[in-house]
Design a binder for this molecule. Structure first.
Ligand SMILES: Nc1ncnc2c1ncn2[C@@H]1O[C@H](COP(=O)(O)OP(=O)(O)OP(=O)(O)O)[C@@H](O)[C@H]1O
Length: 295
């Protein structure tokens, strides 16, 4: 496979960022040193457009290189918007974001695409594209990509989607499409180091077995490459099992920045208005049973 197909993509193609990144490819950037700050948000604030007018922030956050953070909160709390701010997809009205020491605006789309990948909550593809092409779109920022075919195959296998390689994306089920999109972001950061993977409800359309498998795959993928991982999740146990920090959001504000241990239970109960009972989890990690709060 070559990158010639990128020239044939329709102009309103959904992966506008990738196409832009492919056009603007420039010199590779040096990755952040281990245990350094990768991404900072300082007084970052955004007001949503239109009638909702919801105000998100101000956020003051620092994400370390290689750190794994889960963002939790009720529906409409601002989780996806925070992820979009971190991705540089939504510029803040106030405040500053720095990625690897440089303001996000100071990164060219191509250089950013080689260091950080984004898996949005919805990922419709407007055209009937082959699965391998959708995965290969993760690598359009590279000028020369001799390993494209093998990385595409390995990324699909890691996302438990190797058997879908010859299918067309629009014929796949929701869960199959989710796995292909996960393979796309794996492919994007496959040969990067100390990057950033931002994922929004990546497991929502998958069966429970696949949720375990793909959460493990995502964690292992990031750990072996030193990538930081920030995931918007609705499943408290997934957040407790595989993440080092929990960012709790409510009404556009950060209500807590906590480790995934017993100290998080009361804040989580308050966040969702539910009762949680701790139960033994895997490898001694905390797990919870959720119940309706009794008045
Ligand atoms: N483009 C937009 N224009 C106007 N309002 C928006 C926009 N995007 C989000 N909002 C509003 O901002 C608030 C936060 O939305 P966001 O999608 O970040 O929430 P969320 O926590 O991810 O929710 P969910 O768990 O339901 O996906 C909501 O009230 C939403 O209606």
């Amino acid at each position: 496979m070559t990158t010639d197909w990128a020239e044939r993509l329709p102009t309103d193609f959904a992966f506008a960022e990738c196409r832009e990144a492919w056009r603007m490819a420039d010199a590779p950037q040096q990755p952040a040193a281990a245990s350094s700050v990768l991404l900072t948000l300082q007084q970052v604030q955004l007001r949503q457009p239109g009638r909702s007018g919801a105000s998100i922030g101000p956020f003051n956050l620092a994400l370390q290189a290689g750190e794994h953070v889960a963002i939790l909160g009720p529906s409409g709390a601002g989780k996806s918007t925070l992820l979009k701010l971190m991705a540089g997809e939504r510029p803040p009205q106030q405040g500053e974001l720095r990625f690897d020491g440089r303001t996000l605006a100071g990164w060219s789309p191509a250089a950013l695409a080689r260091r950080r990948a984004v898996l949005p909550q919805s990922h419709a593809v407007a055209f009937s594209l082959p699965v391998a092409l959708v995965v290969g779109l993760g690598r359009v920022a590279l000028d020369h990509d001799p390993a494209l075919a093998s990385i595409t195959a390995e990324a699909l296998a890691l996302a438990h989607a190797g058997h879908l390689a010859t299918r067309r994306f629009d014929t796949l089920s929701g869960g199959e499409q989710a796995r292909v999109q996960l393979a796309r972001v794996f492919a994007q950061l496959w040969d990067a180091q100390a990057g950033l993977l931002l994922v929004d409800e990546p497991l929502a359309s998958l069966d429970p077995g696949l949720q375990f498998e793909l959460l493990d795959a995502m964690q292992a993928f990031c750990r072996t490459r030193g990538h930081a991982l920030v995931a918007v999740l609705h499943d408290i146990n997934q957040a407790l099992a595989g993440f080092e920090r929990l960012w709790l959001l409510q009404q556009g504000r950060l209500m807590g920045d906590l480790p995934p241990n017993a100290s998080a239970l009361a804040p989580l109960e308050n966040l969702y208005g539910i009762q949680l009972r701790s139960v033994p989890g895997e490898d001694g990690r905390l797990a919870v049973l959720a119940r309706r709060r009794v008045a």
